[in-house]
Design a protein around this ligand. Sequence first.
Ligand code: PMP
Length: 321
Amino acid sequence: MIKLHGVSKETGCDILAKAEFLNPGGSVKDRAALFLIKDAQEKGLISPGGTVVEGTAGNTGIGLAHICNALGYKCVIYMPNTQSQEKIDMLTVLGADVRPVPAVPFDDPNNYNHQAKRYADSIPNAVWTNQFDNTANRRAHVVTTGPEIWEQTDGKVNAVTFGSGTGGTMAGVATYLKSKNPAVKTVLADPQGSVLYKWFSEGKLERSDGSSITEGIGQGRVTANMKGAPIDEAICILDTEAVEMTYRLLHEEGFYVGASSGLNVAAAVRVAQDLGPGNVVVTCLCDTGQRYFTRLFSRSWLDEKGLLSAVPEQYRFSLTS
Ligand code: PMP
């Protein structure tokens, strides 16, 4: 847990972040990956030499690939082809069999998750870990992240805010903290184009336009991991805010992290401003910026996405070509 001094000073709150980019696989998804594999083992779904198959934006795959190497499983990863090359390269380096597929919505039979399930069903001794709807994912955060936040703040946490991909982190942490203190405010931070913001604030489930450049977060549906989660409020964070905060984190706090971390901290600032000075707001630095070098830190890529002006002028010296 790290205190973010600049934004804390600005808001008069303690804005703290779990440093998940320091995990062995470089992201918060190592926690879910371990619990998903343990779950498959406990249910007898995989035996030594077997194959773990998953659909993932990349980070869960990287966590799974590490654990598969340690435990002697093969690892096959289906990924939408919109994700960064760096994540594909990392998976390849770890020895995973990476299969990028066209990014189509969940209700299309060729969605990466359905392809992962079909492949696992087609070979012997293979398990589809199903991170979106297997609640072993949420349990990882009920058992580890939630209690860590409680203990590391001496029970003084007033609010938490996280973006959601599978919903495991948000739902698991919210479930645990509400069990310790129902007054802890739980705020979902949703990127533009995701459906969860409207779902939690207005009860409407619209179609996702998938417009956000943030990777690993944003959803088109309410997953089993998110269903029934004790969420008090949802806020929508624009890509411009997420990108600006990602650069501020690098240059003002010294943390080189991805855009979902920028989005989380932008949300934490909003929650802190809402609650007023003296509160403790916890969020997460989800993964390392090295995973997005050719995107988030590229002038031409940001320009193409209409996001160059979101980079604070004084930090534009750090843009690559
Ligand atoms: N940030 C990043 C970079 C991620 O890869 C993910 C997971 N896909 C998340 C945040 C969100 O985590 P969760 O799946 O627990 O909602």
